[in-house]
Ligand binder design. Sequence first.
Ligand SMILES: CC1=C(/C=C/C(C)=C/C=C/C(C)=C/C=O)C(C)(C)CCC1
Ligand SMILES: [Fe+2]
Length: 383
Amino acid sequence: APATAAAPATAVAPAAAPTAAVPTTAVPPALRTWVADRVLAPVTAVLAAVALACAVLDLAGVTVSTAVQLVPFAVSVLVFGLPHGALDHLVPARLRPGTSTVRSVVVVVVLYLVVGAATAVLWAVAPLLGFAVFVGITWFHWGQGDLFVDRLLGDGVPGPVGSALTVALRGALPMVVPFVVQPGAAVQVVVDAAAVVDDGIARTVLVVPPVVRVAGAALVVVLLVLHAVVVGRSSGPRWRQVSEDVVLVLFFAVVPPVLAVGLYFTLWHAVRHILRLELTDATSAVELHRGRLLAPFLRFVRQAWPITAIAVGVLVVFALAVRRADLGVYLVLIAALTTPHTVVVTWMDRVQRTWGSAPRGLTAPETDRDTVRTVTARTVSAR
Ligand SMILES: CC1=C(/C=C/C(C)=C/C=C/C(C)=C/C=O)C(C)(C)CCC1
Ligand SMILES: [Fe+2]
């Protein structure tokens, strides 16, 4: 009898204790290492290399052609970028036990129709305001994407204030730095996108007032310094945080804005979010825990292609309707999709508690360490 009484206690303890008490150990170290070394570090290195190349070209007086600058956004229609939101309809079913797939799909489809339509109406009535709201939402959304990765890896700045600082800084780097350092090029993108819905705006000459540039620069510097100080004081690993901050600020300062934002969207934000989604799929999560990156990604591609195809269809219809096919058209579509997508991801943040001190359920519940061990043992013994 004592043996049977003791058994459940030992079986439960290892899985439950770390999640509740020590957030940094909620994700096994192996997964943290795979993600940091094989996904995050290579992407940071690519951005650093592009920044260096652009700085050298700039010194040599060479300008990067518009066609080349558009490549990452063009690629993002099919690779990483547009697909990264294509599983939103499955998110409630995956993260809330007991939610049926049908209910999950219906709720998210209604959300997309209502919130996406509201965004489209705002653009139709006031395109420049529409773009401004889009920049604000992207600031928040790209920041929250980085916050999740911090929580997954157990580094970064903890607690609600730390979360707000992380989101404010990481969203500001792509959304504020281009307007501060390369205002002419950045503002041209805004005018081109607004002109999709109101061609009168095409002739508008927008300028970023010097005072706004100075205020933007001051804000970014303050956020960078605060982040560096708080990360420096923390006991966790600091190298990733600080190196990413430095690379991102230089990247958005020297790389032409369209190229910079396109590369960041595709390789940084979308890749990180796809990883987050893969971790909500039990099969993929187990594979990720074992260091496999390709199989979960192919699984994601299989799950994401139908909605991606629908989104591409909407893009084509929209381009035909406005009789243009350029970055502006793509950005208007992304704006309409990003508002509901951000609602879904904010809901994920709530369920996964990424803003609090003790994040929970960052990976599918079936993939705690014991399950991974059992699955591994089963696979090994089957050989
Ligand atoms: C292209 C570009 C800009 C804005 C891009 C935006 C706002 C993109 C948003 C994409 C999203 C939200 C994708 C989904 O996650 C700026 C900042 C005006 C600077 C100039 C280049
Ligand atoms: Fe996103």
